[in-house]
Design a protein around this ligand. Structure first.
Ligand code: PHE
Length: 451
């Protein structure tokens, strides 16, 4: 009976487009608008972007399809799906890593999303644009290094995430995504146009599009790969979990390609909105995590109706972060609901609160606790590094090996919705068996300073 109930109560996306939008909502988030521009800036620009695009095509898309396939076939959470496909084997550990990664990532994701929420209200009140452009950096650093205020915004953001996930994702999220994602696209386009038409924008455009491979370091390649996983929401069971709500008639390969293209397009647009302005104002592209909180407000000050756009921009970033955060919380929630037979409400509140508490030291590490470091990194950076550069690639590697080898070619092609005769089927299996694992292993050994 338990089985029957579980089957019955398990949600499904209402429509194909609802699923696509939810998965895009998961993929498109702070990774695209906040993180991609600043890591591109820190790692030398165009050459880094090319490496990133290669990672998306060769590793990201095949693994996204693998995650969808595993989830939809089993209709189970990140851990349960591996158990069902290979009972009695240790593959389920992949899902455990995923749940751990979700825990770490959401902890600091909530901190940054809290900044975006706070900036939304600062933009609304007019306080933000009253700050002179050359003092924006001090303003931002002053804010995030304060002990209490950023934490309160983080708590507010996480409370919203929890409330939405408690209600179940189907109705609210599908509808919100439908409105918010296209609006975010339009706003980014407007910002791109403003940014690329600023006097002195050319330098920023060439920073993005004329590669200088001599500036590319091994660590930059690791960052690109880690970010491909982060941005596509891979390696931690998000797409397995979202895939588990996908109706049978959806074509998974097309979905994986479409979602990856949309995600990459958003990241590139964010770069185009930011770097031309960074150079035009003589700022430093390698400024790190403060880029969108320092540079963009300065751009808004130059724009007609700048305040209006700044409000919408930070509001929509907050919403983009929200749709991603929901998908992250859904990973442990789906797991705990099945494994411990917790209600959705109980799982969401308990896990949400634990994750939020774990995010507090991340916030404090940017100010009061900055003296406390792990391997030379502050707490925030250490958690980000562990999750994005170790756990996500490891989860991706194991997923690739699982679908590429452990399941057997026939079964994999069947659940992925590709035929053995087609070139895409062959490329997918090849990618999962060799290309993705070899590249991920090289990059990870390098990260661990073993090669
Ligand atoms: N992809 C999201 C972003 O770019 C973050 C995320 C990572 C979401 C992992 C889910 C899983 O912001």
């Amino acid at each position: 009976m338990g089985q029957g109930l579980e089957q019955q109560s398990r949600e499904q996306w209402k429509t194909r487009s609802g699923f696509m939008l939810a998965a895009m909502g998961s993929a498109i988030g702070l990774g695209n608008i906040w993180k991609f521009p600043y890591i591109t800036g820190e790692n030398g620009g165009a050459a880094f972007i090319i490496v990133y695009l290669i990672c998306i095509a060769l590793i990201g898309i095949p693994i996204m399809l693998a995650e969808f396939a595993v989830g939809r076939n089993t209709q189970k959470d990140a851990v349960g799906s591996f158990r069902e496909l290979t009972p009695g084997k240790p593959w389920f550990i992949t899902g455990i890593f995923g749940v751990a990664a979700a825990f770490f990532i959401l902890s600091f994701y909530g901190v940054v999303a809290g900044w975006a929420l706070s900036y939304t209200t600062k933009a609304m009140s007019g306080d933000l644009l009253a700050v002179p452009a050359d003092q924006m950096a001090d303003h931002f650093v002053g804010f995030i290094s304060t002990a209490l205020s950023p934490i309160l915004w983080q708590l507010l953001f996480m409370a919203i995430v929890i409330i939405v996930v408690v209600k179940g994702i189907k109705q609210g999220i599908e509808k919100w995504n439908k409105i918010l994602m296209p609006t975010l696209g339009v706003l980014l386009l407007i910002l791109v146009i403003r940014s690329v038409t600023l006097p002195g924008a050319g330098e920023g455009i060439s920073f993005l599009f004329s590669p200088d491979f001599s500036s590319l370091t091994a660590s930059a390649i690791l960052v690109a790969l880690g970010h491909a996983f982060f941005s596509l929401s891979l390696g931690m069971g998000t797409m397995i979990t979202y895939g588990s709500y996908v109706p049978k008639d959806v074509k998974l390969p097309t979905a994986a390609v479409g979602i990856s293209l949309a995600d990459t397009g958003f990241a590139l647009l964010a770069g185009l909105a930011i770097f031309p302005a960074v150079f035009a104002f003589g700022m430093n592209p390698g400024d790190g995590p403060g880029l969108i909180f320092i540079t963009l407000p300065a751009v808004f000050e130059m724009m007609p109706f700048g305040q209006f756009f700044s409000v919408l921009f930070f509001l929509l970033i907050s919403m983009a972060a929200l749709t991603s955060a929901i998908s992250i919380l859904e990973v442990p929630v789906a797991y705990f609901m099945r494994k411990f037979e917790w209600s959705r409400k109980k799982a969401t509140w308990i896990l949400g609160i634990i994750i939020t508490l774990f995010g507090i030291p991340s916030s404090l590490s940017l100010g009061a606790w900055s003296g406390f470091t792990i391997g030379g990194l502050g707490f925030f950076d250490a958690v980000d590094y562990l999750a994005s550069n170790i756990l996500l690639p490891l989860g991706g590697l194991l997923t690739a090996l699982f679908v590429g080898w452990a399941l057997g070619k026939k079964k994999s092609l069947e659940i992925g919705g590709l035929s053995e005769a087609s070139i895409w089927g062959k490329l997918w299996i090849l990618g999962l068996r060799f290309v993705a694992p070899v590249l991920i292993i090289i990059v990870m050994l390098n990260a661990l300073k073993l090669i």
